[in-house]
Design a protein around this ligand. Structure first.
Ligand code: MLT
Length: 407
């Protein structure tokens, strides 16, 4: 008899953003004239910057000429992009990461989901609550958890992120976890962690021989000096951390698809006899077996982000989104809502003092504005909604007006 992977029956019927998309489609179908403004999923709205567009056009021309044509590329990414990423994202900031420690991919979501394949099924996992659902669901699918009871999976350690800890939990709550997923600036709360807070995690991981999976997808939004852009700014992090980077929010690549993962040389996990096993060759093996690389055209586009024009143009777009967030935060605060996030993040985390799905439905039905209910990110997200700053200025101002009327 053909058996299915029964771990799938433990997970919620649909992925959070799929469930939201269903509700939005149903609302649109029932109200065909409604002009819905989407501040739910963190999907960019502003077009690719000039530097990227030019580089991609040129790359298309390369592919059109026999002498410059590229077929399969290296699975780990082209050297031209790995070298730029290691230089600009790390070495220019005084961080020791080499080009051959960078693995280019089609985005951080896939890498965050795939990385767990490198680890035993008995590893103990700690995640934030609320949390980006990919970290949890991929481990559920792999069979590392028990059933979901009352909104939490058996076998996972949840690190509650709430106002009492400034939405940044410390390692005290991680118990005997072998792996902890950290994401800063955080999705969904928008919170940022200080260097001292991250250093505590790094020290904890090195003491315990645990691993930090650090999702830095939103680092380009950091504006406050001194807030780390990378876990490798902390002493000792090369020995205990893998980092995920994304060009999605940095440069509007949600549709283009490109990101990378950093796996430092010398980073190890352990075989059952206690002997250390390097993770970088394992990730290389995994990628060369299951992935054929991001396209040449995409990687040429990503390379252009690192040119002086690319850096200035992508920064300007992020500043634009941050201003959207500032305007919405100001308006919601004036209405009496406690809002965290924004400032160094595209997400606002709003305390709605009530049921988050009800609040989501109210804004959808009465204001035609889509947000994300906090409960979708975990039990501790109940009572909040997440608002994304990714939209046009006109839509953001219109959404603010509509929300003001409804609330
Ligand atoms: C989000 O809205 O949380 C993100 O856009 C989802 C993602 O990056 O996959």
């Amino acid at each position: 008899m053909l058996h299915v992977n029964e771990n799938y029956s433990k997970i919620q019927a649909s992925y959070l953003f799929t469930e939201i998309a269903h509700r939005v489609s149903a609302h649109q179908a029932a109200n065909p004239d409604a002009k819905i403004i989407r501040l739910g999923i963190g999907d960019v709205t502003e077009p690719l910057c000039d530097a990227v567009v030019k580089a991609m056009h040129k790359a298309v021309d390369d592919e059109a000429a026999r002498e410059n044509f590229h077929g399969y590329g290296p699975e780990q990414g082209y050297a031209f992009l790995r070298e730029k990423a290691s230089k600009v994202d790390f070495q220019d900031r005084g961080i020791d990461i080499a080009a051959d420690e960078i693995f280019i991919s089609d985005g951080a979501k896939c890498d965050c989901g795939n990385i767990q394949e490198l680890f035993g099924n008995d590893v103990k996992i700690a995640v934030g609550d609320p949390v980006y659902p990919v970290y949890v669901d991929t481990n559920v699918m792999a069979g590392r958890t028990g059933a979901n009871e009352g909104g939490r999976y058996g076998g996972l350690t949840y690190l509650t992120c709430d106002a009492s800890n400034g939405f940044v939990p410390g390692p005290e709550a991680a118990g005997d976890a072998d792996i902890v997923y950290l994401c800063y600036p955080n999705n969904p709360t928008g919170a940022v962690a200080t260097k001292a807070q991250l250093q505590k995690w790094v020290d904890w991981a090195n003491d315990r021989k645990s691993l930090i999976l650090f999702d830095a997808a939103y680092e380009a939004f950091i504006r406050t000096p001194g807030i780390p852009h990378s876990i490798y700014e902390c002493e000792g992090a090369r020995k205990c951390a893998i980092e995920f980077r994304s060009y999605s929010k940095t440069a509007g690549f949600t549709g283009v698809r490109c990101g990378y993962t950093v796996v430092p040389k010398g980073l190890v996990a352990f075989a059952s006899d206690g002997s250390p096993v390097e993770l970088r060759p394992m990730w290389t093996r995994r990628q060369t077996t299951k992935f054929n690389g991001a396209s040449y055209i995409t990687q040429r586009g990503a390379e252009a982000i690192y040119s002086p024009e690319g850096q200035a143009q992508t920064k300007a777009t992020i500043d634009f989104y941050l201003e959207n967030g500032r305007l919405m935060k100001e308006a919601l605060s004036a209405l009496g809502y406690e809002v965290t996030g924004g400032g160094n993040s595209p997400y606002l985390w709003v305390n709605v003092k009530g049921d988050s799905w009800e609040f989501f439905d109210k804004l959808l039905k009465e204001a035609n504005v889509v947000t994300t209910p906090g409960a979708g990110f975990g039990k501790a997200g109940e009572g909040y909604i997440r608002i994304s700053s990714f939209n046009s200025r006109a839509n953001v101002l219109e959404a603010v007006e509509r929300i003001r009327k409804v609330l």
